[in-house]
Design a protein around this ligand. Structure first.
Ligand code: UFG
Length: 341
């Protein structure tokens, strides 16, 4: 019988791509999403790509009773918990919303796992837990730094909640994946990122500018201590990131975890500046991106990229897609959304 995985936030950007890779790897999937920051058409896209009528439950993970009914209705032994609020700026304005949503949902998931005998949890964490590291690239041993936003704090606290819970209930296993900057779309262009309103992240803002929806991309700062002065990130392709979740689930299902709680960096190991990314996009697509330099964005760090040695060795996973191909996929998705030929 196929193993089944519950994917919370499965209609979201990372959740939808991960569901596709789970199905490709032979898992059954049940999607839970409250559609507060996602759209049902992502589920339809995933069903079209996979040819599987994946069950979808419109449930808020903050509603423990409703979530409990999903645990009763389906038989699964692994959960990937994506469902969370994720806008750094919004979290500063609405900290209680972020603490309630992100921590309340996680606690509900863990209590239900404990009470209903579900063993494995993969959690969406973030490289934001490292802050601005003193030494680059960051390994999993790099110390975490105090969070600079309530959003970042929920990621740190969530990691701690999982660590403490699996220590107290040895039937449970957890893996936190610390994502760097996910970008791009599925090669089919049937699913991709669907930001609501004005995009806060670089790549959707860039593709919307290229598509003519935005006049000009603001490059936040060219006076950083980097070769071209713009900030550096580790941009990880969304399908590569999705595959990292599959290998994390495989690891737990196959009993290969080396301890009850593990955490891994999920990046490429390569730092790319904002200006380099714009140039790579223009090379990959032949489309010019109107941009200008403006001041730094409050709260931004200067540079971060991953040391992926541990994830490569332990998970047997490596990012594969070329940056240009990833950027071309982001553009293909944007064009599809806007009906551009
Ligand atoms: N940037 C611009 N112009 C824009 C948008 C972004 O120049 O219009 C720059 C930013 O200043 C930064 C880089 O592009 O240097 C990447 O910015 P993003 O907003 O795309 O991503 P961040 O690195 O700021 O944030 C991401 C996630 C957060 C997460 C953080 C650290 O969006 O959820 O990584 O993990 F917390």
């Amino acid at each position: 019988m196929k193993e089944c995985v519950l994917v919370t936030g499965g209609a979201g950007y990372i959740g939808s791509h991960t569901t596709v890779e789970l199905i490709a790897a032979g898992y059954d999937v049940v999607i839970v999403d409250n559609l507060s920051n996602s759209e049902f058409k992502a589920v339809e896209g995933v069903r079209t790509i996979t040819g599987v009528d994946i069950p979808f439950e419109q449930v808020d993970c903050g509603d423990k009773e409703a979530l409990g009914r999903v645990f009763d209705r389906y038989k699964f032994n692994s959960i990937i918990h994506f469902a969370a609020s994720k806008a750094v700026g919004e979290s500063v304005e609405k900290p209680l919303l972020y603490y309630r949503n992100n921590l309340g949902s996680l606690i509900n998931v863990l209590e239900l796992m404990r009470d209903k005998g579900v063993r494995n949890l993969v959690f969406s964490s973030s490289c934001t837990v490292y802050g601005q590291p003193e030494v680059l690239p960051v390994t999993e041993q790099t110390p975490r730094q105090p969070a600079t936003s309530p959003y970042g704090n929920t990621k740190q606290i969530s990691e701690d909640i999982i660590r403490d819970t699996v220590a107290a209930y040895p039937a449970l296993y957890g893996i936190a994946l610390r994502y760097f900057n996910p970008i791009g779309a599925h090669p089919s262009a049937l699913i991709g990122e669907l930001p609501k309103g004005v995009p806060g992240n670089l790549v959707p803002y860039m593709t919307q500018t290229a598509a003519g929806l935005r006049e000009c991309l603001s490059v936040f700062g060219d006076d950083y201590n980097t070769p071209d002065g713009s900030a550096i990130r580790d941009y990880i392709d969304i399908t590569d990131l999705a595959r990292a979740h599959v290998v994390a689930v495989d690891r737990m299902v196959q009993g290969k975890s080396k301890s009850h709680y593990e955490f891994f960096n999920v990046g490429t190991g390569r730092g790319v500046s904002v200006l380099e990314l714009i140039a790579a996009f223009e090379r990959a697509t032949g489309v010019k991106v109107n941009h200008r330099i403006v001041g730094r964005r409050a709260g931004d760090i200067e540079k971060i990229w991953a040391d992926t040695t541990f994830a490569n060795q332990e998970l047997g996973w490596k990012a594969q897609r070329k940056l240009e191909d990833t950027l071309a996929s982001a553009w293909a998705w944007e064009k599809k959304l806007r009906g551009i030929q």
